[in-house]
Design a protein around this ligand. Structure first.
Ligand SMILES: N[C@@H](CCC(=O)N[C@@H](CS)C(=O)NCC(=O)O)C(=O)O
Length: 262
């Protein structure tokens, strides 16, 4: 479950919960929301991905994909946001963010797998295409460093296409279609309930809501007609975790986070 052995051994000595994360990152938002919902104290290691602070041998030694977030808990290193939030709920069970084992747990797992499954080809592709690419252009030197450090072929391919502006129209259209289908399904699921699973917030909501928060601002994605999704996001926005986990970390340079709710 997301646990890896880091080559950068400096983190093995960390005590307590340490999070490598970025303010702008929707995957980091997931983990910060879960931490805040559980009231867990944590130490921040902010990695400014807009400034390419993740492209260093030190950080690749902690997360071999060079991605945020990474959780270090008493020297144990966990990567992948879905695995991290699940780890937190298993390790610190109260308040529970997962329903007990059974059909609701299975439904929650399915939503989480779906969020993970669409991240690179749909979420990231659409956001990079619409907004981030212009903010994260890598210099030749940064690019060379990345090519030397990154071993994950899918990520190498993604960043080469992003840098060379060489996503095909088919790939961009497929990303948009996947997002349209996903948010439409989310809207349907939320038609008769306040939360995706059961009657309170769960890891399913925490996995999906950052996509809503960032998609509209970063990608200009239209949520028109998805009223249940918008109402659900507002239910999250009134929780104290929204301010501490989402708003307080959002880089002002990227504009107001959620234009629809302000
Ligand atoms: N599957 C990973 C995806 C993580 C990811 O793509 N993180 C982004 C920010 S949301 C990142 O680090 N981007 C920098 C890069 O791609 O170099 C997870 O869920 O943790």
């Amino acid at each position: 479950m997301g646990e890896i052995t880091p080559t950068n051994e400096s983190v093995l000595e960390f005590e307590g919960l340490h999070l490598y994360h970025a303010g702008v990152s929707n995957c980091s938002q997931r983990v910060r929301i879960a931490l805040e919902e559980k009231g867990l104290p944590w130490t921040s290691h902010h990695v400014n991905i807009l400034q390419k602070e993740n492209i260093t041998p030190e950080y690749f030694g902690i997360n071999p994909n060079g991605l945020v977030p990474t959780l270090v808990h008493d020297g144990k290193v966990i990567i992948e946001s879905d695995d991290i939030i699940e780890y937190l709920d298993i390790t610190f069970p109260e308040p529970a963010l997962r329903p007990p084992e059974g059909p609701e747990r299975e439904a929650m797992d399915k939503w989480m797998r779906r969020a993970t499954g669409i991240h690179l080809k749909a979420v990231k592709t659409h956001i990079y295409e619409k907004r981030i690419r212009g903010h994260m252009v890598r210099s030749d030197e940064e690019n060379e460093r990345y090519e030397n450090l990154q071993k994950n072929e899918s990520l190498l391919d993604f960043h080469r296409k992003s840098r060379n502006d060489s996503f095909t129209q088919e790939e961009l259209d497929a990303a948009k279609t996947t997002l349209d289908e996903s948010f439409a399904d989310l809207d349907k699921a939320l038609a008769e309930r306040d939360w995706l699973i059961g009657d309170h917030i769960s890891l399913a909501d925490i996995a999906w809501v950052p996509l809503y928060f960032t998609m509209d601002v970063l990608a200009g994605y239209s949520f028109e007609g998805l009223n249940n999704v918008a109402a659900w996001a507002k239910r999250i926005e009134v929780r104290p975790s929204y301010k501490t986990a989402v708003l307080d970390w959002w880089p002002k340079a990227m504009g107001p986070l959620n234009s629809k709710s302000t």
